[in-house]
Design a protein. Structure first.
Lengths: 333, 535
């Protein structure tokens, strides 16, 4: 009970701090927010009206106080760029990012963990080197370039996957929106053609993000595994004649999984921020593009709303990682 | 066994993957355009000023008049059947065509026209100035606008302006005629339906807005109540694709019919592809460099002139703005009434050096240049930086986001500013009023025309600009603008670099696709597609 209370208080404080920093940075940036609303052709009188309406003439703390009051009432304000309530915008763009990030992290874990384990078992040998190089490439090749090349090869030349966008335009209005995850919505509607189209569009960007997280996850798995494999209980198990597969997968990996959970959770949270470059190359209308575009146009309500979501995602994932940690490692309880 | 089954399933999935993609080009009555439209702020004609929204409103709403695409100085009636000017030079009378309807099905009458013009003035958003300058201001509305019958109205301007100017202003988006009944049905707190209209549609054009999801998609459907010829397209989709190369790939692949934001490199790569063609039209936008006259060195006439001899127009046209612009030296873009074709400047470093010597700065000096960190802006700034270096000028670039450089520019904090400027309505006054008019050079003027932003104090020239605005004889008005442009080239603290070209790459099967000189003249009504099925 006490822990829960402390957690809630901590969360609120963190979010408050996050908002305060974003808010004040946004106001210090040398851009006139009224100009963003009224445009370059506005007269000084029109700009003054906009400043008044936006409350820009009041002291910063008053502006921030008003913003917090609205947020507390569930109102994230209006976006300048989209003429929509920010909450509505985020409800529209976040599922796009969620879909992509989830597919990406699943690929990252499913491929990255076994690769990492494998590399640890073959330490210093060709396999280890190959995994290392693959990981290094995933880290260092600009994802923008890689995305473009992948599009040219798999979309234009080979025709294996669909191009930019989330779904073929033919299905754009065919699937009623429930979750905003097009694959899920397609399944719910029983429209398998739409699901196929969504998957065909999802495949390439998801593989790309998956590769990116795979690089990190396999490196970390490898080092956690190496640490475990050196421990006495592993030698003891081997000495008792427990099969090698069981030693590796049941004993060592189970213990390596504890720190790995944090790595995966934070990678996932990172993907949920929206990866701007991937979203740009693949015309994926997600959170990353939304926040970036808002930033470039001094659309502060949208920036703050986006920041709030990203912050909340990190907090939730930290919590989940914490809980999993406890579940996996009895000593922490 | 289990593992083998998994592997089998996995490889089957991989092998099945190619079948995920079914090549289905857009059907014949659907046009898909890949376009970067993250600038759409509002679809209310009383507020909208952006490129993409203008194009949408040009197709969903109509004005009394439009200019002829083949001869932009000639006006054609759209909603107006007839118009005439009274002997006093101030009273305009318009008669509407009969049987006009909005997309909602409501009849379009003179009441809607009067309401729409008055509404734009009352809402007082940025484009309202286009109507204000005719004398349609909040306090004059009662006397300036009157309905003379179900299909007739009159407009009383505050002064006897050049008639071409008055009528040209009425071709602007802000003068769109909107559905009064529909807007008032959506009115909230006396906003004349503004909050609703920002993302909806109340027009009578060949298309009607079906859906707009910011930074994602904008869909127009054929307006079945349209009074003109029925458009061949049932639907037009604007697909937000920010990255030019992605647009190119989608075009080549046939997933989109038109790509709108290709770079010179992309367009080069596409040239010669048999299934594609490229269409281009010079548009009403210029790239220029502004020289802040608050900088005492830049304020010297010889220095201003020297900077104009630095630009290598040939190199500019052949590389940085290839396909997307062409060298230009006047403040009126070609195609607009009165635009001068004169181009006296070319790169002459020795001459620039001599002028700098005459100005007392033979060894050059240091300057900053604000520029948006996008292309071709930054490329042009870098090129100018190198040309200037050859004459001894040391320019450091200050790249920033659009709003950031604009904020500095509007506060007159720059030395040099490289940016673009588009005409607001298709009349020479639009740019003359920006480049050659500044009657209040104080720190807090009512408006900030470009001449003000560069602190160019020009009471005399401003007076001449006004005189051209009042000249009722077309030929004399044309001569006025020739003179203004001559003087501008000679003495203005502006280096005009080039006129923008609006360019689109499209699939061969698209017919009748034509870009106009302004965004709102990119008409979709005549477009059709050969072959393919119907959705």
């Amino acid at each position: 009970m006490r822990t829960a209370l402390r957690f809630v208080l901590g969360t609120l404080l963190t979010l408050l701090g996050l908002l305060a920093v974003t808010f004040f940075i946004g106001r210090v940036v040398p851009v006139d927010p009224a100009l963003a609303v009224a445009g370059d052709r506005a007269t000084e009188a029109q700009l003054a009206t906009v400043r008044e309406a936006m409350g820009l003439n009041r002291p910063l703390y008053v502006q921030f106080g008003r913003y917090l009051r609205d947020v507390a009432h569930g109102d994230l304000g209006q976006s300048i760029l989209t003429a929509n309530p920010v909450g509505e915008d985020i409800a529209r763009v976040f599922p796009a990012t969620l879909e992509l990030a989830t597919a990406g992290i699943v690929i990252g874990v499913v491929c990255g963990v076994p690769l990492g384990v494998w590399a640890a078992l073959r330490r210093g040998r060709a396999v280890d080197q190959a995994v290392r190089v693959t990981g290094l490439l995933g880290y260092s090749v600009p994802i923008f370039w890689l995305g473009m090349m992948a599009l040219v090869l798999f979309y234009v030349r080979l025709g294996w996957v669909a191009g930019p966008g989330r779904i073929d335009l033919a299905y754009y209005y065919a699937v009623p929106r429930v979750t905003g995850l097009l694959v899920v919505d397609g399944l719910l509607a029983g429209n398998l053609a739409a699901v196929r189209s969504a998957l065909a569009h999802l495949a390439l960007p998801a593989l790309l993000l998956g590769y990116f997280s795979l690089a990190y996850i396999s490196r970390m798995t490898r080092s956690f595994m190496l640490a475990e494999l050196k421990k006495e209980y592993v030698m003891a198990a081997r000495g008792r004649g427990v099969s090698e597969a069981r030693v590796v997968w049941r004993h060592a990996l189970r213990n390596a999984a504890v720190p790995l959970v944090t790595v995966v959770a934070l990678s996932y949270a990172g993907l949920l921020e929206g990866s701007v470059l991937t979203e740009t190359v693949f015309s994926w209308p997600g959170l990353g593009q939304y926040i970036t575009n808002a930033l470039q146009n001094a659309d502060m309500n949208a920036v703050l709303g986006g920041t709030l979501v990203v912050g909340s995602v990190f907090i939730v994932f930290n919590l989940v990682a914490d809980l999993l940690y406890r579940a996996l490692d009895p000593r922490v309880r | 066994m289990k593992r083998r089954a998994l592997l089998g399933a996995g490889s089957a999935a991989v092998l099945a993957a190619p079948a995920l993609v079914r090549a289905a080009p857009p059907p014949r009555d659907l046009l898909v355009q890949a376009m970067a439209f993250d600038d759409v702020l509002s679809l209310d004609p009383a507020e909208s000023f952006e490129v993409a929204s203008s194009e949408v409103l040009g197709n969903t709403c109509e004005r009394l008049l439009r200019f002829d695409l083949d001869d932009p100085s000639r006006l054609v009636g759209v909603l107006a059947r007839d118009w005439r000017l009274g002997a006093d030079g101030r009273s305009y009378r318009f008669e509407l065509a009969e049987g006009l309807r909005f997309a909602s099905g409501n009849a379009l009458t003179a009441e809607d026209v009067v309401f729409s013009l008055a509404r734009a003035v009352r809402l007082d958003k940025a484009p309202a100035f286009i109507l204000n300058q005719l004398g349609l201001s909040k306090d004059r509305l009662g006397s300036a606008l009157a309905q003379d019958g179900p299909l007739a109205l009159s407009l009383q301007t505050s002064e006897a302006f050049a008639p071409s100017f008055v009528l040209n202003c009425l071709t602007a988006i802000v003068a769109s005629v909107l559905d009064k009944r529909l807007l008032l049905a959506h009115e909230v707190d006396g906003d004349l339906g503004h909050a609703w209209a920002r993302r909806s549609h109340a027009g009578s054009g060949p298309f009607a807005l079906r859906d707009w999801r910011a930074n994602e998609i904008l869909t127009l459907d054929r307006n079945e109540h349209f009074h003109g010829p029925r458009p061949a397209l049932a639907r037009v989709i604007y697909w937000h694709v920010k990255e030019a190369t992605s647009q190119r790939l989608m075009l080549v692949k046939g997933d989109v019919d038109v790509a709108r934001n290709l770079t010179p490199q992309d367009l080069d790569a596409l040239a010669g592809a048999p299934e594609l063609r490229i269409t281009a039209t010079p548009k009403g936008g210029l790239y220029y460099i502004g020289l802040n006259q608050k900088n005492p060195v830049l304020a010297k006439p010889e220095v201003r002139e020297a900077l104009k001899w630095l630009v290598d127009y040939d190199a500019l046209g052949a590389t940085l703005i290839r396909h997307i612009g062409r060298p230009w030296q006047n403040f009126l873009p070609q195609g607009i009434f009165g635009a001068s074709l004169a181009a006296p400047f070319h790169q002459d470093i020795a001459r620039a050096r001599a002028l700098l010597g005459k100005a007392g700065v033979p060894d050059g000096f240091e300057l900053t240049m604000d520029v948006r960190s996008t292309q071709p802006d930054q490329g042009m700034a870098e090129a100018f930086q190198q040309w200037a270096a050859r004459a001894g000028l040391r320019i450091s670039l200050l790249p920033g986001d659009g709003k950031q450089t604009l904020t500095r520019y509007r506060a007159r904090k720059h030395d040099l500013y490289l940016g673009d400027w588009s005409v607001d309505y298709w009349d020479p006054q639009s740019n003359a009023g920006a480049f050659a008019y500044n009657i209040d050079n104080s720190e807090h003027p009512a408006t900030k025309p470009l001449a003000w932003r560069n602190a160019w104090d020009i009471p005399g020239l401003s007076h001449e600009t006004l005189a051209a605005l009042m000249e009722r004889d077309d030929e004399r008005r044309r001569a006025d603008y020739e003179r203004l442009q001559d003087e501008f080239r000679r003495s203005a603290p502006f280096v005009i670099l080039c006129q923008q070209t609006q360019v689109a790459a499209l699939r061969r099967e698209v017919q009748g696709y034509r870009l106009g000189p302004t965004s709102d003249t990119n008409g979709l009504a005549p477009v059709s597609k050969l072959g393919g099925g119907v959705a």
